[in-house]
Ligand binder design. Sequence first.
Ligand code: 13P
Length: 264
Amino acid sequence: MSRKPIIAGNWKMNLLQDEAKALFEGIEKFTRDFTAPQLPTIVIAPVFTSLNVVHTIKCNCGCGGDKVAIAAQNCHWENSGAYTGEVSVEMLKDAGCSYIIIGHSERRQYFSETDEMINKKAKAILAGGLIPIICCGETLEQREAGVTDQHIATQIRAALKGLSEEEVAKSVIAYEPIWAIGTGKTCDSKEANRVIAMIRNVVKEVSSEKAGDAIRILYGGSVKPATIEEQMSQSDIDGALVGGASLKADSFNEIIANTMKVRA
Ligand code: 13P
């Protein structure tokens, strides 16, 4: 089963509009030298206020627009209504997004997002025709206590509850060990692959063999140009969700280039 790799940049709460414009242009220019089938699926997740800026470049750049997809970093599960400060899937689609990151550990930790909320968001995203990037991952305490697999399996079962086989197959999961995020401490590639293979088995168990084989599962946590080749050489790692190294065109483009050395 060949799954097309995804290299996604999560810009988190960084970059003003001019900076977002320059960075997106730097990535878009890089993609011009390649055809879409040569490249991994490239996804960029700016802050809400820069969605329009990057979408405008995507629409007007002439050639590379179809090579970089736009993601939001969060959404609400209702279409509209009295939810001050929230943004709906329909609104994000309208702003040019085709992916939405949900359940990032920073949202779980600082904004008290629960597995139930993440499941509602996944359903709303798929119903709206977009693709969820569902994040999961353990804390250092959980890893040291030996409950990593159990914790992640619980997160995945809850996130995928009630989704059809087709919906699961087109979804994306990102395994991001919390202790590896922004710390410079990458999870050993073989261990990341082991956890990701475990996640794939959970998907097969809650959905189907076919959905488990099709779903793309990424690794995230201090991914750098120097780590990506080994990560992409693993059997079950289908790509990366990149934080810090996605904030500079040079390092993000190098991650894409190094991914292509290993997998197209
Ligand atoms: P870093 O690559 O900065 O560790 O961030 C990972 C992450 O949280 C991506 O969503």
